[in-house]
Design a protein around this ligand. Structure first.
Ligand SMILES: C[S@@+](CC[C@H](N)C(=O)[O-])C[C@H]1O[C@@H](n2cnc3c(N)ncnc32)[C@H](O)[C@@H]1O
Length: 194
């Protein structure tokens, strides 16, 4: 759906790539030691690094279809000194998620679901990837301006759209909260696979 070029990626990363909110996400999402975590639409990888560093023996698989974003992410990984066993990036959209079924404890998508090419198809892959009891954790920026001329699923920037997508994909115990900090107002939606 969204076609991010190098300029979009650089501009986005400079302005929004490293938020204090990203640092808070591992705690908000409940990362625990030994977790297998998938991050979808990881952008320049700052959150991926925060997730990988948040507890011992966490393994993060992070995807983004924009080549420039993956280049920025790999540079951040190198600066952070994280190994490929701790954090691995793939140039791929959520619709190409390719991990073994029932292996992941947590799937995170920050400000990304509204960009996905095929949200229902991707969410089915997320559901299969999660272990029973595993969690999907999503957030959207309630104050964000629309990203220039990039086409997005605007219904998936809001609670009702995200809830329907999760319900239709089989998730249960869907809950939400609004998190505020000095950077903005963030909608968080979480749900479980039973
Ligand atoms: C608003 S940025 C968010 C980046 C990062 N998650 C963050 O918190 O800064 C949206 C990201 O979604 C990615 N994206 C675009 N199409 C996608 C798709 N089909 N699947 C997953 N991510 C996609 C873009 O390349 C971009 O990096």
């Amino acid at each position: 759906m969204s076609h991010w070029n190098d300029e979009h990626a650089n501009r986005y990363d400079e302005q929004w790539g490293e938020l204090d909110f990203h640092q808070q996400i591992p705690g908000l999402a409940g990362v625990q030691s030994g977790f297998n975590v998938v991050e979808l639409g990881c952008g320049g990888g700052y959150l991926s690094v925060c997730l990988a560093q948040s507890a011992v023996n966490v393994r993060v698989t992070a995807l983004d279809p924009t080549a420039k974003m993956i280049a920025l992410a790999q540079a951040r990984q190198q600066r952070a000194g994280l190994s490929k066993a701790q954090l691995q990036f793939f140039e791929a959209g959520a619709e190409s998620l390719d991990v073994s079924d029932n292996t992941q404890d947590l799937v995170v998508a920050a400000f990304s679901v509204h960009h996905w090419q095929s949200p229902a198809q991707s969410m089915a892959l997320v559901y299969s990837a999660l272990k029973s009891g595993g969690k999907i954790w999503l957030c959207e920026d309630l104050n964000a301006p629309t990203e220039g001329n990039i086409e997005v699923h605007s219904d998936l920037k809001a609670l009702d759209g995200l809830k329907s997508l999760l319900q239709n994909s089989g998730f249960v115990q869907i809950s939400h909260t609004v998190h505020r900090n000095h950077e903005g107002k963030f909608l968080i939606v979480e749900a479980l696979k039973l």
